[in-house]
Each structure stands twice: as C-alpha cells, then as structure tokens.
Ligand binder design. Structure first.
Ligand code: ZN
Length: 435
C-alpha cells in the first residue's frame, strides 16, 4: 500500500528496494556508516544495491556527497552526509509544572530552546496555547526558507501512541482523549506525534545519550511524578497500549495513609516524588525539626524538592533522611524491575535527580541490595547525561524515526517535504517497529 507513489518516479526504487533505501538512509542519518564501503560492510548489502540507493537518496535530496574520507588502500571514498539542514522540527516537553520547547534539525540536534512555567492541571487549551506561542517565538528566529517538517510533543501521562491522545492521565484533568495531535497539526500544517515524556527521555538517551548502542535500558524520571521508559533489544518498548514503565503508581506498603494525585493511596510518586519531598520538608520546617528548612520557608514562603536536596548537602539531618527514604523507595521498586527485566543500564533523570548525588547513592544502594547478583553484575546506574534536554531530544528523534521510517517515507518523499501533510502522522506508525 505504501509504494504506489514511489515507483512512478524515475530514480526511486521499487517496493522491494524501499527497505534497503530506508536502511541505507538510517545508517547515514545515525552516523553508523559514512561512505559506500562502510554502508556495504554495516548493512550486508551488495555494492550495486548500495550504489543505487545512495544515488536515489541524492536525487530525493536527503543526502549529499561530502569530503573525501581517508583511503584504506586504493581510491579514497567520498563521505556521504545526511542533509540535516533540509528541514526543521518543533519539539516540546510538557511537565507537571513547566514546558520546554525547542527547534531541532533533522538529525535531532536542538538548535534553540525556551522554557516557561505552567500548570498541567490548567488543561489542554491553556497549556497548548503556551506551547503554540513558544513555537511561534522559535519560528521567528528560524533560518529563512527552511520549512518545518514535523512536531514532536511529550506529555506527563499515558498516551495512546497511534492516535496521539492522552488516556485518563492521572495528573492532567481535562486532557483525557484531547486531540493534541490534531490541534498542533492543524495549527502548523505538519505531521505531529505525541508520546509520554518519559518514553521520549528514554528515546533521547538511546539515540543521542549514554544509552546509545545499549540494548537493554531503564530510564527513571524522578520529578514531580515518577515514571520509567524501557528500551528492550535496542528499541523503545511502549507495550500494548503505550503505558509500559508507568511505575509512579505502584503501591508502597508503608504509605497507605498518603493520598496520591491519582486518587489512590500509597503510590510511589506520592511518597518519593518531588511533591512528597516538598510536603515533608515543609512539615519539618513548620514543626521545628529542621531549622535550616524553616529559614528557607521564611524567605521563600515555600519548600521545593531542590531546597530539601540543598539542605541535605549542607548537613541538615531531616533533609538527608527524606532524600535517603525517597531513594530507598525508588530503589526497591527499581530492584523489582531490574530482576524482572535485567537491563545493563539504569539512567535517572528528572528535576529531583538533578539536585545532588545523595538520592542517586540511595537508589543504587537499594537496587544492589534487593536484586539478584547476576542481574546487577554488570549493571550501571547513573544520572541521565542529557538531563533536561533528554525529552526534547527524544521528541525530535520520535519525529525523524517516523518521517524516515518504512511506513511514512514513501508517502511524502516524492514531494520533497512532509510540510503541508499533517495527515502523515495518522497514516501509519513505524515507531514501535522501527525505533
Ligand atoms: Zn497514584
């Protein structure tokens, strides 16, 4: 079904050749091969096939010849470059309390970003209006003559990936089934993909961070909420409906009296997330247990998770205990995941993780203590190196995975750009299969 348009055009492949075309493009895009000989070696395709596909990609305007590579004996081969500057991507990551929006090139590299506070509970009309105004601001500074090829958005709740609709997100009143994709696609006239923000953070690390080339990874975000993204066999594992890794609402036995934002009691994020640290820190400031936090409360009128981390670093024993407890609770849940899934890398991201080493140390200690020796023998647990950029980077890669994937590429490539084709996002999903 995908290939009727593409075979009509001279110089582009038959349906049988499409698979090789997408593979060759992917290797050049991801920097896995830079010359024709490298492409042959990495793909296992023959010289003639590689040569034809490269020529076709040049005709389609997706790659260009670069400089001469170093010769390994004989004539030096030309390098091949993906035309990352042929189009632009708009990306946004909505968190519970703020939004980041950015402009990326087609390699997924962010060229500019903006941040703004917002409250996700204000609903989709208000929050997406903020996203749209940030996108407008970013486009004002975009290079002239380069069009937007796609939009990628992460939101802090479960998303049905096929439709781009949030489904009963626990902390997002008014967002259930809201047509996020349709709204942004119509406004900017480009295809739009939406996913859970933690999935995108994991994807960002997989494509451009520490998880590159690592087949089995768990990414845990500890911010206002807690969630995990799973990379299995080198691919983002979204699960049947798209909510794999949603560990924030796992029940913790000792927390039965604590009510979560989702309405249940004893959820992990209600006990160990940023909101919990802030709530417990404020209580300690008010009842005199922590003079340090009391000073912060007098000055700022509020205690944030970062204040607790800061006080812990300065030796406040109450804050130290709060972080150690949060780390223990996350670590115990994570130990179950580690035993169950056996990753070789666990990355911790999110605002609370960024605030110091204490939480990381506590998470590590409890994962190692509660996991099987074999599961932790080569396990590395560390902080996400992309940090706040992970979600936006992942959003950009989600869009390029789709645009240049087997299901979607043939639907637009002959017209030179996916701009003006918002319907592409609903047409097919290569994401699960090809990411
Ligand atoms: Zn909950």
């Amino acid at each position: 079904m995908v290939s009727t348009a593409i075979v009509d055009v001279p110089g582009v492949p038959s349906p049988d050749g499409l698979d090789a075309l997408v593979r060759v493009l992917e290797m050049i895009r991801r920097g896995e091969a830079r010359t024709r000989p490298e492409l042959m070696q990495a793909s296992g395709l023959g010289r003639a096939v590689v040569s034809q596909r490269v020529d076709q990609l040049k005709v389609l305007g997706l790659i260009r010849e670069g400089s001469l590579a170093r010769s390994t004996g004989g004539r030096a081969p030309r390098t091949l470059e993906f035309r990352a500057d042929a189009g632009l991507l708009l990306v946004a990551e909505l968190g519970a309390t703020g939004v980041s929006a950015g402009l990326a090139d087609l390699s997924g590299a962010l060229t500019r970003s903006l941040e703004k506070p917002l409250n996700i509970a204000d609903g989709p009309e208000t929050c997406l209006a903020v996203v749209e105004s940030l996108f407008d601001e970013l486009l004002d500074t975009a290079p002239a003559g380069v069009s937007v090829w796609g939009i990628g958005v992460g939101i802090p709740g479960p998303v049905e990936f096929a439709t781009g609709h949030p489904i009963a997100p626990p902390i997002m009143p008014g967002w259930d089934s809201y047509p996020v994709r349709e709204r942004l696609s119509a406004r900017f006239n480009v295809p739009t993909w939406v996913d859970n923000e933690v999935n995108l953070m994991a994807l960002g690390e997989l494509r451009a961070g520490l998880a590159r080339g690592v087949p089995n990874v768990v990414y845990v975000k500890i911010g206002t909420g807690i969630g995990a993204g799973i990379v299995s066999g080198g691919r983002l594992h979204r699960g049947a409906q798209g909510c794999a890794g949603d560990i924030g609402h796992v029940e913790i036995a000792e927390g039965e009296s604590v009510v979560c934002r989702c309405g249940n009691t004893g959820c992990l994020e209600a006990l160990a997330g940023g909101g919990a640290l802030s709530r417990e820190g404020e209580a300690a400031a008010r009842d005199g247990r922590s003079p340090q936090l009391a000073t912060v409360l007098r000055r700022n009128g509020v205690i944030g998770a970062a204040d607790v981390a800061d006080a812990a670093r300065r030796g406040d024993p109450v804050s130290f205990d709060l972080l150690a407890r949060a780390g223990r609770l996350v670590g115990e849940v994570l130990a179950t995941l580690v035993n169950f899934f056996n990753p070789s890398l666990v990355l911790l991201g999110g605002g609370v993780t960024a605030s110091g080493d204490l939480l990381l140390a506590s998470v590590r200690e409890h994962v190692y203590r509660r996991s099987l020796p074999l599961a932790t023998r080569d396990l590395k647990i560390t902080r996400s190196p992309l940090g706040r950029r992970a979600g936006m980077t992942g959003a950009a890669h989600m869009v390029t995975d789709e645009l240049f994937g087997l299901s979607t590429l043939p639907l637009w490539v002959n017209s030179g750009t996916p701009n003006g084709k918002p319907e592409l996002a609903g047409a097919a999903s290569a994401y699960v299969a090809a990411s």
